[in-house]
Design a protein around this ligand. Structure first.
Ligand code: NI
Length: 178
């Protein structure tokens, strides 16, 4: 299966808000979401939003690996050791649960080779639809919540470097790990 081309930071499409998925988009999205999952697997990543592959629709694919993606990621006791299997969200809406925010490392397939520290809500509630159109709700905490805030930002045309307050905690992965 062909792996999708990912737009890189600087491409104007990454800064545009995406539109809601409608019923008639589903036949187009089904094969695309499979390719997005394959792309995540090949890259060893956790998530990918449709605008990153130049499709301006509010949908994303993600997973939370059973083991932390990297020891530098700031994990929490709520990090689910079982992980989250590959999940598709259509039209996700996030509401923070409480005021608590945590700083943690993020990376992005659209910002290859770099990593930065971003403040995110520790706990969120999520409302979304499945590909078959059913509405569902869940809560996410820690890394799971961070990942979803990062991916939903893509749907609003926001890349994580725009959130970095201290640019000394933004840099090339190979240099940060040196
Ligand atoms: Ni990203």
């Amino acid at each position: 299966m062909a792996i999708l081309t990912i737009l890189k930071m600087g491409h104007p499409s990454l800064y545009q808000p995406s539109r809601k998925v409608e019923g008639e988009d589903r036949s187009f999205l089904t094969p695309l979401l499979k390719k997005m999952q394959k792309t995540i697997e090949e890259a060893g990543a956790c998530g990918l939003a449709a605008p990153q592959v130049d499709v301006p629709l509010r949908t994303l694919v993600y997973r939370v690996p059973k083991t932390p993606p990297h020891p530098r990621y700031e994990l929490t006791p709520e990090y689910d050791p079982e992980g989250v299997p590959f999940t598709v969200l259509l039209n996700p809406e996030i509401t923070p649960l409480g005021e608590r925010m945590t700083l943690g490392w993020e990376s992005c397939l659209s910002v290859p080779g770099l990593r930065g520290k971003v403040a995110r809500y520790h706990s969120i509630s999520v409302k979304a639809r499945t590909l078959s159109g059913e509405e569902y709700f869940f809560e996410a905490h820690g890394f799971h919540a961070r990942l979803l805030q990062h991916e939903v930002d893509h749907l609003d045309g926001v890349l994580y470097p725009l959130h970095i307050k201290d640019l000394k905690s933004f840099g090339f992965i190979e240099a940060l790990e040196a």
